[in-house]
Design a protein around this ligand. Structure first.
Ligand code: ADP
Length: 206
């Protein structure tokens, strides 16, 4: 009811495989919609870099490639979403990553009389992504980015996102967008898909 005259508040998630340019797209979509892009990975990395109390706690976990405990991650996200710039919407990237986090976010939002509006899922053929990343590794001389390592990260991504997507699919929230193409092409597809769901860019709304 509130804010009905400007359409739904864009409370969104973006999910996509490593190498699909998700961060770039997230920044761009968020800007178009006039909401903050919130990446838990970026926030954790900034805390590690600045050696904050949180950063000191999570550094060894992140260095080992493990997940930060749900309790810490949930607290970080709810603190961030409590800030005023997220009151009219947000685009979360890298969160939720576990079913416990999915439940926490649902409860957090429903406590405010809010709900997620859509989950943008960038889809891309695994072999094509592997080929792209392999080329990039060659061009940039990143010898640690072997085809095996790249394939492994894709497999981990698919395995870990499957249960989350199942939960969001059953609620009809998932919006699939072809993630292969130039940054502009993918951005246009996301824009069109969100437009179909009633989300307008701030430029058009005001
Ligand atoms: P990737 O390096 O896989 O792209 P991110 O940049 O999103 O991942 O996150 C980097 C690291 O931050 C993760 O490996 C993890 O340790 C931590 N992290 C980020 N988001 C979460 C989350 N939702 N739950 C737990 N840990 C997280």
């Amino acid at each position: 009811m509130t804010g009905g005259e400007t359409g739904p508040s864009p409370r969104l998630l973006i999910v996509g495989p490593p190498g699909a340019g998700k961060g770039t797209q997230a920044t761009q979509i968020a800007e178009t919609l006039g909401v903050p892009a919130i990446s838990t990975g970026d926030i954790f990395r900034a805390n590690v870099r600045d050696e904050t109390e949180l950063g000191v706690k999570v550094k060894t976990i992140m260095d080992a490639g493990d997940y930060v405990p749900d309790s810490l991650t949930n607290e970080l996200v709810s603190d961030r979403l409590d800030q005023s710039d997220a009151a009219q919407g947000f685009l979360l990237d890298g969160y939720p990553r576990t079913l416990q986090q999915v439940g926490f976010l649902d409860d957090y939002l429903s406590g405010k009389g809010q709900a997620l509006e859509a989950v943008i899922l960038l889809v891309a053929d695994r072999d094509e992504i592997v080929e792209r990343l392999r080329k990039r590794a060659l061009d940039q001389g990143r010898s640690d980015d072997t085809e095996d390592a790249i394939r492994h990260r894709q497999d981990v991504y698919l395995r870990e996102t499957a249960p989350l997507l199942e939960s969001y699919r059953s609620r009809g929230l998932v919006v699939e967008v072809d993630g292969l193409g130039t940054i502009e092409q993918v951005a246009e597809r996301i824009d069109a898909a969100l437009g179909e769901r009633g989300f307008r860019s701030t430029a058009a709304a005001s």
